[in-house]
Design a protein around this ligand. Sequence first.
Ligand SMILES: C[S@@+](CC[C@H](N)C(=O)[O-])C[C@H]1O[C@@H](n2cnc3c(N)ncnc32)[C@H](O)[C@@H]1O
Length: 249
Amino acid sequence: MSVKDNEKVYFGDEKVSKESKKDGVEDIFSKVSENYDLMNDLMSLGMHRIWKKLFVDSANIKENEIILDLAAGTGDIAKKVADKVSGKTVYVCDQNNEMVEKAKERSLNEGFFNKCNFDVSSAEKLPYEDNFFDQAFISFGFRNFSDKKKALTEIRRVLKAGGNLQILEFSKTKGDVFSRVYDAYNFNIIPKIGELISNDRESYDYLVKSIKTHESQEQILTMMKDCGFTNADYNNLFKGVVAIHKGTK
Ligand SMILES: C[S@@+](CC[C@H](N)C(=O)[O-])C[C@H]1O[C@@H](n2cnc3c(N)ncnc32)[C@H](O)[C@@H]1O
């Protein structure tokens, strides 16, 4: 094991080993998978739908492209991408088996199963060959990765030369007053919604803390450049509540 593998990383607001974070994240997403879609709507007041549409629309997907939806959860991004491609070229990948099963079930119910391939795998070790994808998307998964640089290096490996990575993630807000109101909402309201809907305050407490301790826009930009992405850049949406990061192989 190298020194880097021993580095501690944030899990919520605690520093833990990468292995512990991976296990902790697995537990949390297994627990929240049942009510995940409803909770997303309640917690973001429906805003996540707008952000995800902007995220996918801004990628200029072509009909014949091969696309990776990584940390895909229940497949919100895969569904939007499937509308834009013609073949069975969408790869839905998540390390949590329950989430992948939900994505499968949903794709059958909502008519995009035939466009998708499903894989249970962590971002840090992808089951795909080199230079395979035209584009890769990560929506609200990146902050949960236990080794972000390893994952970025893996994603770059599986992208074709000239292929693009886009990351949509909660980020650092701008403006003191707005940031105070946003923090108050996150720390006081979201865990309560979690308790009411899912009887699970703890998992939603983690989600809020993980937003707070996640890297800033500039730190992620540096990380992407360090991992070899060119044209790396980001856009803030809604005063930095979320940011879209882009980079090219
Ligand atoms: C907040 S959900 C986002 C799901 C979906 N992309 C969306 O935008 O609604 C985060 C997902 O990331 C997955 N995840 C966390 N760490 C991961 C990793 N290292 N590799 C792959 N998936 C991971 C979790 O299992 C979970 O399904």
